[in-house]
Design a binder for this molecule. Sequence first.
Ligand SMILES: Nc1ncnc2c1ncn2[C@@H]1O[C@H](COP(=O)(O)OP(=O)(O)O)[C@@H](O)[C@H]1O
Ligand SMILES: [Mg+2]
Length: 260
Amino acid sequence: MSYIEVKDVSFSYTDDERLVLKDISLNVEKGEFVCLLGQSGCGKSTFLRLLAGLEWPAKGVINVDGKLITKAGLDRGVVFQDYGLFPWMTAGENIVLALTQKFPNKDKRQLKETAVKMLQAVGLDESIMKKYPKALSGGMKQRCAIARAFGIDPPVLLMDEPFGALDAVTRAKLQDLLLNLWSRDKEKKTVFFVTHDVDEAILLANRICVLGQSPSNIIYECRIPEEQRPARDTQFEDVNVLKLRNELIRNINRDVKSRI
Ligand SMILES: Nc1ncnc2c1ncn2[C@@H]1O[C@H](COP(=O)(O)OP(=O)(O)O)[C@@H](O)[C@H]1O
Ligand SMILES: [Mg+2]
Protein backbone atom coordinates (compact mmCIF):
# COMPACT_ATOMS: atom_id res chain seq x y z
CA MET A 1 0.00 0.00 0.00
CA SER A 2 1.39 3.41 -0.96
CA TYR A 3 1.35 6.32 1.47
CA ILE A 4 -0.86 8.40 -0.82
CA GLU A 5 -3.22 6.58 -3.15
CA VAL A 6 -5.27 8.43 -5.74
CA LYS A 7 -7.61 5.98 -7.45
CA ASP A 8 -9.61 6.81 -10.59
CA VAL A 9 -10.38 10.32 -9.43
CA SER A 10 -12.63 12.52 -11.55
CA PHE A 11 -13.83 15.97 -10.59
CA SER A 12 -16.24 18.63 -11.85
CA TYR A 13 -17.09 22.05 -10.40
CA THR A 14 -20.50 21.97 -12.03
CA ASP A 15 -23.35 19.51 -12.13
CA ASP A 16 -23.04 19.03 -15.87
CA GLU A 17 -20.63 16.55 -17.36
CA ARG A 18 -17.75 19.01 -17.78
CA LEU A 19 -14.90 17.34 -15.93
CA VAL A 20 -11.79 19.22 -14.83
CA LEU A 21 -9.97 16.01 -13.87
CA LYS A 22 -10.67 12.63 -15.38
CA ASP A 23 -9.72 9.18 -14.05
CA ILE A 24 -6.50 10.21 -12.33
CA SER A 25 -4.60 7.48 -10.52
CA LEU A 26 -1.34 8.06 -8.72
CA ASN A 27 0.57 6.30 -5.95
CA VAL A 28 3.08 8.27 -3.93
CA GLU A 29 5.49 6.91 -1.32
CA LYS A 30 6.29 8.61 1.98
CA GLY A 31 8.97 11.27 1.64
CA GLU A 32 8.64 11.80 -2.11
CA PHE A 33 8.86 15.34 -3.47
CA VAL A 34 6.34 15.41 -6.31
CA CYS A 35 6.00 18.37 -8.66
CA LEU A 36 2.75 18.74 -10.58
CA LEU A 37 3.49 20.54 -13.80
CA GLY A 38 1.04 21.81 -16.39
CA GLN A 39 -0.36 24.76 -18.29
CA SER A 40 -2.48 27.32 -16.54
CA GLY A 41 -6.08 26.15 -16.18
CA CYS A 42 -5.32 22.43 -16.55
CA GLY A 43 -6.48 21.56 -13.03
CA LYS A 44 -3.32 21.61 -10.87
CA SER A 45 -4.89 23.68 -8.07
CA THR A 46 -8.04 21.57 -8.26
CA PHE A 47 -6.00 18.40 -7.80
CA LEU A 48 -4.20 19.93 -4.81
CA ARG A 49 -7.50 21.05 -3.27
CA LEU A 50 -8.75 17.46 -3.55
CA LEU A 51 -5.64 16.22 -1.74
CA ALA A 52 -6.17 18.93 0.89
CA GLY A 53 -9.77 17.78 1.40
CA LEU A 54 -11.15 21.17 0.35
CA GLU A 55 -13.04 19.57 -2.58
CA TRP A 56 -14.38 16.05 -3.01
CA PRO A 57 -14.01 13.84 -6.06
CA ALA A 58 -17.11 13.14 -8.14
CA LYS A 59 -15.69 9.68 -8.63
CA GLY A 60 -12.79 7.74 -7.14
CA VAL A 61 -11.02 7.93 -3.80
CA ILE A 62 -7.96 9.51 -2.22
CA ASN A 63 -6.30 7.77 0.73
CA VAL A 64 -3.48 9.19 2.81
CA ASP A 65 -1.75 6.75 5.13
CA GLY A 66 -4.59 4.31 4.61
CA LYS A 67 -7.30 6.82 5.55
CA LEU A 68 -9.90 8.17 3.15
CA ILE A 69 -9.67 11.94 2.71
CA THR A 70 -13.01 13.56 3.43
CA LYS A 71 -11.96 16.92 4.88
CA ALA A 72 -8.98 19.16 5.61
CA GLY A 73 -6.67 17.89 8.34
CA LEU A 74 -3.57 18.85 10.29
CA ASP A 75 -1.75 15.94 8.66
CA ARG A 76 -1.71 17.99 5.42
CA GLY A 77 -0.23 21.49 5.54
CA VAL A 78 -1.10 23.84 2.68
CA VAL A 79 0.92 26.76 1.32
CA PHE A 80 -0.71 28.94 -1.33
CA GLN A 81 0.69 31.54 -3.70
CA ASP A 82 -1.09 34.35 -1.86
CA TYR A 83 0.56 33.40 1.47
CA GLY A 84 -2.71 32.75 3.31
CA LEU A 85 -1.86 34.99 6.27
CA PHE A 86 -4.76 36.74 8.04
CA PRO A 87 -4.13 40.47 7.44
CA TRP A 88 -5.63 41.52 10.78
CA MET A 89 -3.14 39.43 12.76
CA THR A 90 0.60 39.90 13.16
CA ALA A 91 2.89 37.33 11.56
CA GLY A 92 3.50 35.89 15.03
CA GLU A 93 -0.22 35.62 15.79
CA ASN A 94 -0.79 33.91 12.44
CA ILE A 95 1.82 31.27 13.21
CA VAL A 96 0.75 30.82 16.85
CA LEU A 97 -2.89 30.38 15.78
CA ALA A 98 -1.92 27.46 13.56
CA LEU A 99 0.34 25.98 16.25
CA THR A 100 -2.54 26.19 18.79
CA GLN A 101 -4.63 23.91 16.60
CA LYS A 102 -1.84 21.38 16.35
CA PHE A 103 -0.62 21.59 19.97
CA PRO A 104 -3.70 22.50 22.07
CA ASN A 105 -1.99 21.43 25.31
CA LYS A 106 1.01 23.71 25.00
CA ASP A 107 0.82 27.13 26.66
CA LYS A 108 1.11 30.43 24.79
CA ARG A 109 4.71 30.98 25.84
CA GLN A 110 5.82 27.61 24.46
CA LEU A 111 3.94 28.26 21.21
CA LYS A 112 5.55 31.69 20.85
CA GLU A 113 8.97 30.13 21.36
CA THR A 114 8.23 27.60 18.63
CA ALA A 115 7.03 30.39 16.33
CA VAL A 116 10.26 32.36 16.86
CA LYS A 117 12.34 29.21 16.27
CA MET A 118 10.48 28.57 13.02
CA LEU A 119 10.89 32.18 11.87
CA GLN A 120 14.62 31.86 12.51
CA ALA A 121 14.66 28.58 10.57
CA VAL A 122 13.32 30.43 7.51
CA GLY A 123 15.84 33.24 7.85
CA LEU A 124 13.69 35.82 9.66
CA ASP A 125 14.27 37.26 13.11
CA GLU A 126 12.08 37.67 16.17
CA SER A 127 11.07 41.25 15.27
CA ILE A 128 8.85 39.83 12.51
CA MET A 129 6.56 38.35 15.18
CA LYS A 130 5.01 41.78 15.81
CA LYS A 131 4.70 42.87 12.17
CA TYR A 132 1.46 42.77 10.21
CA PRO A 133 1.50 41.08 6.79
CA LYS A 134 1.05 44.42 4.98
CA ALA A 135 4.40 45.55 6.40
CA LEU A 136 6.20 42.53 4.94
CA SER A 137 7.55 41.93 1.43
CA GLY A 138 6.18 39.03 -0.64
CA GLY A 139 9.27 36.97 0.14
CA MET A 140 8.92 37.61 3.88
CA LYS A 141 5.22 36.70 3.83
CA GLN A 142 5.99 33.46 2.05
CA ARG A 143 8.78 32.71 4.55
CA CYS A 144 6.18 33.20 7.32
CA ALA A 145 3.78 30.85 5.53
CA ILE A 146 6.54 28.25 5.23
CA ALA A 147 7.47 28.75 8.91
CA ARG A 148 3.84 28.12 9.82
CA ALA A 149 3.58 25.02 7.63
CA PHE A 150 6.80 23.48 8.99
CA GLY A 151 5.88 24.53 12.55
CA ILE A 152 2.76 22.38 12.39
CA ASP A 153 5.06 19.67 11.10
CA PRO A 154 2.54 17.79 8.95
CA PRO A 155 3.70 14.59 7.23
CA VAL A 156 2.24 15.92 3.96
CA LEU A 157 2.88 19.38 2.53
CA LEU A 158 0.74 20.71 -0.32
CA MET A 159 2.13 23.78 -2.07
CA ASP A 160 0.30 25.65 -4.84
CA GLU A 161 2.71 27.79 -6.88
CA PRO A 162 4.06 29.19 -3.61
CA PHE A 163 6.85 31.15 -5.30
CA GLY A 164 4.90 32.20 -8.40
CA ALA A 165 4.49 35.84 -7.36
CA LEU A 166 8.10 36.40 -6.27
CA ASP A 167 11.02 37.94 -8.15
CA ALA A 168 13.64 35.56 -9.53
CA VAL A 169 16.24 36.08 -6.78
CA THR A 170 13.79 35.72 -3.88
CA ARG A 171 12.27 32.74 -5.61
CA ALA A 172 15.64 31.00 -5.93
CA LYS A 173 16.39 31.67 -2.24
CA LEU A 174 13.05 30.23 -1.15
CA GLN A 175 13.43 27.18 -3.37
CA ASP A 176 16.78 26.47 -1.66
CA LEU A 177 15.24 27.15 1.75
CA LEU A 178 12.40 24.73 1.08
CA LEU A 179 14.79 22.00 -0.07
CA ASN A 180 16.96 22.53 3.02
CA LEU A 181 14.00 22.32 5.40
CA TRP A 182 12.64 19.27 3.63
CA SER A 183 15.92 17.37 3.44
CA ARG A 184 16.99 18.00 7.04
CA ASP A 185 14.03 16.03 8.45
CA LYS A 186 14.97 12.43 9.16
CA GLU A 187 11.43 11.42 8.28
CA LYS A 188 10.90 13.53 5.19
CA LYS A 189 7.60 15.14 4.44
CA THR A 190 5.73 14.01 1.37
CA VAL A 191 5.46 17.13 -0.77
CA PHE A 192 3.11 17.98 -3.64
CA PHE A 193 4.38 21.14 -5.25
CA VAL A 194 2.34 22.71 -8.05
CA THR A 195 4.15 24.83 -10.59
CA HIS A 196 3.99 25.75 -14.26
CA ASP A 197 7.74 26.37 -14.27
CA VAL A 198 9.67 23.45 -15.78
CA ASP A 199 13.02 24.55 -14.30
CA GLU A 200 11.54 24.90 -10.83
CA ALA A 201 10.11 21.38 -11.08
CA ILE A 202 13.47 19.94 -12.19
CA LEU A 203 15.33 21.63 -9.32
CA LEU A 204 12.91 20.52 -6.62
CA ALA A 205 11.31 17.23 -7.56
CA ASN A 206 12.11 13.58 -7.08
CA ARG A 207 9.21 12.94 -9.38
CA ILE A 208 7.47 15.14 -11.94
CA CYS A 209 3.90 14.52 -13.10
CA VAL A 210 2.66 16.52 -16.07
CA LEU A 211 -1.07 17.18 -16.15
CA GLY A 212 -2.60 17.55 -19.62
CA GLN A 213 -5.36 19.95 -20.54
CA SER A 214 -8.82 19.62 -18.96
CA PRO A 215 -10.37 17.15 -18.51
CA SER A 216 -6.88 16.33 -17.43
CA ASN A 217 -4.95 13.28 -16.56
CA ILE A 218 -1.27 12.63 -15.99
CA ILE A 219 0.17 12.56 -19.50
CA TYR A 220 3.84 12.18 -18.61
CA GLU A 221 5.83 11.19 -15.56
CA CYS A 222 9.50 10.96 -14.69
CA ARG A 223 11.67 10.43 -11.63
CA ILE A 224 14.80 12.25 -10.57
CA PRO A 225 16.59 10.21 -7.89
CA GLU A 226 18.01 12.28 -5.02
CA GLU A 227 21.61 11.66 -6.14
CA GLN A 228 20.79 13.04 -9.60
CA ARG A 229 19.17 16.20 -8.32
CA PRO A 230 20.69 19.03 -10.41
CA ALA A 231 22.59 21.85 -8.73
CA ARG A 232 21.28 25.35 -9.37
CA ASP A 233 24.66 26.63 -10.62
CA THR A 234 25.25 23.88 -13.15
CA GLN A 235 21.75 22.79 -14.16
CA PHE A 236 22.04 24.33 -17.63
CA GLU A 237 25.43 22.71 -18.30
CA ASP A 238 24.13 19.23 -17.63
CA VAL A 239 23.10 17.44 -20.82
CA ASN A 240 20.74 15.09 -18.98
CA VAL A 241 18.95 18.00 -17.35
CA LEU A 242 18.58 19.77 -20.71
CA LYS A 243 17.21 16.59 -22.29
CA LEU A 244 14.69 16.21 -19.50
CA ARG A 245 13.75 19.89 -19.80
CA ASN A 246 13.07 19.48 -23.53
CA GLU A 247 11.13 16.30 -22.94
CA LEU A 248 8.89 18.02 -20.38
CA ILE A 249 8.29 21.07 -22.58
CA ARG A 250 7.57 18.79 -25.57
CA ASN A 251 4.98 16.87 -23.60
CA ILE A 252 3.25 19.98 -22.28
CA ASN A 253 3.19 21.56 -25.75
CA ARG A 254 2.14 18.39 -27.54
CA ASP A 255 -1.00 18.17 -25.46
CA VAL A 256 -1.77 21.87 -25.81
CA LYS A 257 -1.27 21.82 -29.60
CA SER A 258 -3.51 18.82 -30.05
CA ARG A 259 -6.33 20.71 -28.37
CA ILE A 260 -6.11 24.16 -29.97
N1 LIG B 1 -14.28 27.42 -8.06
C1 LIG B 1 -14.39 27.11 -9.36
N2 LIG B 1 -15.61 27.01 -9.95
C2 LIG B 1 -15.72 26.68 -11.26
N3 LIG B 1 -14.68 26.40 -12.06
C3 LIG B 1 -13.44 26.47 -11.53
C4 LIG B 1 -13.22 26.82 -10.15
N4 LIG B 1 -11.89 26.81 -9.91
C5 LIG B 1 -11.32 26.48 -11.08
N5 LIG B 1 -12.24 26.27 -12.05
C6 LIG B 1 -11.95 25.84 -13.44
O1 LIG B 1 -11.35 24.56 -13.38
C7 LIG B 1 -10.28 24.47 -14.33
C8 LIG B 1 -8.99 24.13 -13.61
O2 LIG B 1 -8.63 25.22 -12.77
P1 LIG B 1 -7.38 25.19 -11.80
O3 LIG B 1 -7.39 23.91 -11.02
O4 LIG B 1 -7.38 26.45 -11.03
O5 LIG B 1 -6.16 25.14 -12.84
P2 LIG B 1 -4.60 25.47 -12.64
O6 LIG B 1 -4.32 25.52 -11.19
O7 LIG B 1 -3.88 24.37 -13.36
O8 LIG B 1 -4.35 26.78 -13.32
C9 LIG B 1 -10.25 25.80 -15.08
O9 LIG B 1 -11.00 25.65 -16.25
C10 LIG B 1 -10.94 26.74 -14.12
O10 LIG B 1 -11.59 27.78 -14.83
MG1 LIG C 1 -3.61 27.09 -10.03
